[in-house]
Write a protein that binds this ligand. Structure first.
Ligand code: MN
Length: 235
């Protein structure tokens, strides 16, 4: 079975359940660990959600709406992404994860969508406390992508589908080697992938919140399958 390194975060439970329900095994990794040890014998890396990446990491000064996080988490996770890519490990990056991955690979971020992007969409969509998830806006998915292949059942011949949304930042300048594979109707980048890698995908929404009902389970299943193949190679 593929072991997945999952970065520690405040809302870990749904990420764990999503990996377990797709047939993976979870190893929580966090700053303080050595990056090589964190990735030893794992088949894939799941980058989770959380606070903002320090803008100093991509050469910008801090916007008033940017919430600074623990620099140790930035430091650890950026190193983790670079090491996982060096090893050719499958990476699935969610919310803050897509942002960390983009910055780690040389990209930049929109620091605050409400003040820096012209949009009428609410990307910080509040979900009622009794609901595990709620849809906020559509995403348009590029046909020619891993994301579209994984979501073919959900897209069902269409080029868009509804997703949830809890972010005030987003990918701005995309890192070299990556391609934008989903956008919101307002142009905000919602998914990127490195198509030269076995599996290197970032999404801005929260597919892990749907683990009970399975709407986005194929994303996790595809990731775990790629991680299984990577584990075989590492053995
Ligand atoms: Mn969004």
């Amino acid at each position: 079975m593929a072991v997945i390194a999952v970065t520690s975060c405040a809302k870990l439970e749904d990420y764990k359940q999503a990996v377990l329900h797709a047939g993976g095994e979870v190893r929580i990794v966090e700053h303080g660990m050595d990056v090589t040890d964190a990735l030893r014998d794992v088949g894939g890396l799941l980058m989770t959600g959380g606070d903002d990446v320090s803008p100093s990491r991509y050469g910008e000064s801090k916007h008033p709406a940017t919430v600074e996080v623990a620099p140790e988490r930035d430091e650890f996770e950026i190193a983790l992404v670079r090491e996982a890519r060096r090893l050719g490990l499958p990476i699935f990056a969610i919310c803050r994860g897509i942002q960390v991955m983009n910055v780690a690979c040389g990209g930049t971020l929109v620091q605050d969508i409400p003040t820096q992007a012209k949009t009428a969409l609410d990307h910080s969509f509040k979900v009622p406390p009794h609901k595990p998830f709620d849809y906020a806006h559509d995403v348009w998915v590029d046909d020619n992508s891993l994301l579209a292949r994984l979501m073919s059942e959900r897209l069902n011949g269409s080029d868009s589908c509804a997703v949830n949304s809890r972010h005030h930042q987003a990918v701005k300048d995309i890192a070299p080697g990556f391609k934008v594979v989903a956008t919101a109707p307002d142009g905000i980048i919602e998914a990127i992938e490195d198509q030269s890698a076995r599996f290197c995908l970032g999404v801005q929404w929260h597919p892990e919140n749907f683990w009970r009902t399975g709407e986005f389970r194929p994303l996790f299943e595809g990731f775990i399958e790629a991680a299984g193949a990577a584990s075989e190679v590492r053995r």
